[in-house]
Design a protein around this ligand. Sequence first.
Ligand code: GLN
Length: 493
Amino acid sequence: MEQSLRKLRKALDDRKISSKELTEEYLKKIETENSRINAYVNICSEEALSGASSADERMSRGETGPLTGIPMAVKDNICTKDIITTCCSNILKNYNPVYDATAVKRLYLAGSFTLGKTNMDEFAMGQTTENSIFGSTRNPVNTDYCAGGSSGGSAAAVAAGLAPFALGSDTGGSVRQPAAFCGVTGFKPSYGAVSRYGLIAYASSMDQIGVLAQSADDCAIVFNEMLGNDEKDMTSVRPGSAEYGRLASGMKECFSAVNAEDAAVSLPAGGNGKLRIGIPEELFDDANPECAAAVLSAVKEFEKAGAATVPVKTDRLKNALYAYYIIACAEASSNLGRYDGIRYGRRVLGTDIGDTVIKTRNAGFSGEVKKRIMLGTFALSHGYYDMYYKKACDLRSRIRAGFNELFDSVDLVITPTVTRTAFKSGEAAALSTAAYAEDRLLVPANLAGLPSLSVPVGKDKAGLPIGMMITGKGFADGLVLSAGRFYQEGGRL
Ligand code: GLN
C-alpha cells in the first residue's frame, strides 16, 4: 500500500489492482487506524467508492490521467463540493460548499478523488491540531506526541498509510512542520503558483495550498497537476510572465531528470551549472543540536555529488517571526469578519442583528482564533497601525530584499525545517504564545512567497522524525523539488 505514485500508476495501468480495490484497501485501513490517530474528521467512503468506479471505467476506455484512480486526502479548509468543509471550527460546522477549490478541481480532472477531509487547527491557526473542535491528531510515529499543525491530519494520514497523498495549506509552515514531525515530505509552492480559490482564507498574502506525500517526486507529480493561472485568483501566476516561464521550465527539468524507473536522479544544475547551497550557520545554531546535525549530514550528500555549500548570513531575515504573527493576525481579523451568522455558517440568534453577530462569533470561534482576531484588530487600529502593522510590512520588505540578495550568490538555502522535533501532547498549549517562536525557521519563506520543501532526514534519540528544509527563490519550485528528489532517490551514492 505504501507505494510511490509512480508505482501506483503502474499497478493500475497494468491492471494489477483496480481503483476500487485500492480505495477499499485505504478505507479499510482508515476504519481500523483512524480512531488511534484522528487524522480524518470526515471519511467520504461513498464519494470515494463512486470516484473509484468512475476512474475504473475511464481506465477501461483508455482515458488515463496522471492520477486516475489514485485517491487523496484533503485538509478541511479546502472546499470540496457537497462534502462538508468545517475548518475544524464550530462556526463552519455544517458548511457544505457549493463548489470545489480550483486545486481540488484540477486534481479531479487529473483523475483523483477524495477519501476524506483531514484534521487541522481551527482556521489553520496553530502548530499541533490541538486547536481543532474534533480533538487533536496523534503522531503515527509515537501517539504520545502531536502530529504537528496546522495540516497535522494530512501529515498523519500520509505517514500512517491512510492516503497516498494529501493536500494541506501553508501560511506559516503548516505543510512543512507537520511533514517534518511525522516523517513525510511536505511542499509549499511559491505564492501564486497554485490558485487559492476555495482555500478558506487565514492570511491571504501568505496562504498557499501544498502537498504532503511520501516523497518529493510524489509532491512534484501532484503539484504539476495543480499549478498555474486561475482567473478566480488574481494573485495566481500569469501565463507569459517571467515567473510562469521559470515555473514551467523548472518543472520540465524536474521531470526530465528521471526517465528510467530505477535510474539515479542526478544533482540539479542550479543557475551557474553547479548547484550552490547556502548554509545559514546561525540558523543551525538556533535549532536543537540533533536536528542541526541530522540536516548537516544530509547536506554532505549534496557535497559528495559536487554541489558547493556556501556559508551565508541571514541578518536581514531576523525578526521574521514578529512580522509574520502581526501580519497573519491582522489579515485574519479582516478575513474572519465575514463569519457574522448572517450570510452563511452557524448562527446563534440574538435580539437584533448586532446581538446575533456577537453571539454567533462568541459561540463559533474558540479561544485561539478569538485571541488572534483581537491581536490583529489591535495591530490595525487607529494609533497603532504605524507602530505594528506598518512596521511589520517594512520588516517584510527587508526580508524579501534579504532573500533576493541571498539568491544572488546561491541557488538554494538549506536549514532544519523546525528548530525541534514533535511536541508532546499538551506541551505547546502549556507554552501558549511562547510556542509561536518554534515557527521561526518556517515563516520567512511565507513572508517572501518562496517555494520550500521539507524532507525527512532521520530521527532523534527519542525516535522522532527530523526534517530538512530546502528553499529556493520565487518560482524556482522545480529546482527545490529536484533537490528533494536528488536527496531521496539519487543521493544514495
Ligand atoms: N503555526 C503557524 C500559525 O499558527 C502556521 C499556520 C499555517 O501555516 N497555517 O500561524
